[in-house]
Design a protein around this ligand. Structure first.
Ligand code: SAM
Ligand code: SF4
Ligand code: SF4
Length: 336
């Protein structure tokens, strides 16, 4: 079944945040002074169980969803996440399951479990190879080697084409663009530079701190000949380039929005659905799932929700109300 929104966009992907907790405190996502020891994370009973996530994913698959991305918080903090993956893998219609992780919990054993359970693709976030900058940005005592070991473990387990997400911020890690590119050259990993986004309200986003697609290309093209590549599939979020036989990507939600073919819905750990990363309003699907509503009733609810969707925040952020005034969901909550 295909359902379409007000701009004829199909529902194709779901991003599922499996926990709001994280072992990092990235300054652009979970700043330490807010996510401190007093911060109230969800209790176990408040977050969706595996059974509830599976039930909802089945319904979403009936409505046309083909791709599932597991995220968080840090998804590898969710106990037995591989069990959830193996169930999602068996859902009719789901063709691809991926995960975004900060990588430090990717032990060899965990990586093999993820592979065996049917996880198709991995994205690992890494903002700098410099120990000091990494610690500063991640707000943790981990070092870049902890992430690099995780990536190696994933490769040993059979993951290919691992995406490496680097959020680039002006005067924070822009000097790491070339080192990151060169470090992963020829390594079966593809670095994707991400423009710092105004997700949520706690990261004090300021457009002057954004290193834009144009800035990134200008840095790289000073050293390498770069050539634009075609998208792999319609709703791909990263723009692709080749350089010296290698490849990199840029996710330019700020300077080059891609709302036109956005087919994504987002499910938070506590069971709220968002039709846009920047939406102010969410839909309380947990209450529906925990009520006596049947699958058909939930399906009808989701169909009307998607039919009413007219989100295109990234395309209107400069012309609409000041983004700081809108109360948006935080990245660690909504999952990116
Ligand atoms: N903890 C996992 C991780 O970091 O990979 C998964 C969740 S994290 C919210 C998902 C992705 O969002 C990461 O690649 C992270 O770098 C990115 N992200 C978080 N806050 C961001 C922001 N303000 N702008 C751009 N990307 C951001
Ligand atoms: Fe944690 Fe990922 Fe957010 Fe960093 S970006 S604080 S690793 S959820
Ligand atoms: Fe999709 Fe919203 Fe991002 Fe646009 S701003 S690409 S509609 S999530």
């Amino acid at each position: 079944m295909n359902i379409t929104d007000k701009f004829s966009r199909k529902l194709r992907d779901v991003r599922i945040s499996v926990t709001d907790r994280c072992n990092f405190r990235c300054s652009y996502c979970m700043p330490k002074d807010i996510y401190d020891s007093n911060y109230k994370f969800f209790k176990k009973t408040e977050i969706l169980s595996f059974e509830e996530i599976i039930r909802l994913t089945k319904i979403l698959a009936d409505l046309g969803v083909k791709k599932v991305r597991l995220t968080g918080g840090e998804p590898l903090l969710r106990k037995n996440i591989h069990v959830l993956i193996s169930h999602i893998k068996n859902i009719k219609g789901i063709a691809d399951i991926s995960m975004t992780t900060n990588g430090v919990l990717l032990s060899e054993k965990k990586a093999f479990l993820l592979k065996e359970s049917g996880l198709n693709r991995l994205t690992v976030s890494l903002d700098s190879l410099d120990k000091g900058r990494f610690r500063e940005i991640s707000g943790s005592n981990y070092v870049p080697d902890d992430v690099l070991i995780g990536i190696e473990n994933a490769k040993k387990a059979g993951f290919h084409n691992i995406k490496i997400n680097m959020v680039v911020k002006k005067n924070v890690n822009n000097q790491d663009i070339i080192p990151m590119l060169e470090n992963f050259y020829g390594s079966d990993c593809i670095v994707r530079f991400i423009e710092f986004m105004d997700v949520g309200n706690v990261n004090f986003w300021n457009k002057n701190e954004v290193i834009s697609l144009e800035n990134i290309l200008s840095v790289i093209s000073k050293k390498y000949n770069i050539k634009s590549l075609k998208k792999n599939y319609t709703s791909e979020v990263a723009k692709r380039w080749s350089f010296s036989g290698g490849e990199f990507g840029v996710i330019s939600s700020i300077s080059n929005p891609f709302c036109g073919d956005c087919s994504r819905i987002r499910l938070t750990a506590e069971g709220k659905l968002f039709t846009c990363l920047f939406a102010e309003k969410s839909h309380d699907i947990k209450s529906l799932i925990r009520s006596s509503k049947s699958d058909v009733e939930i399906k009808n609810y989701l169909t009307s929700m998607w039919s009413a969707r007219d989100d295109r925040y990234s395309e209107t952020r400069t012309t609409s109300v000041d983004s700081k005034i809108i109360k948006k969901a935080e990245m660690s909550y909504i999952g990116g």
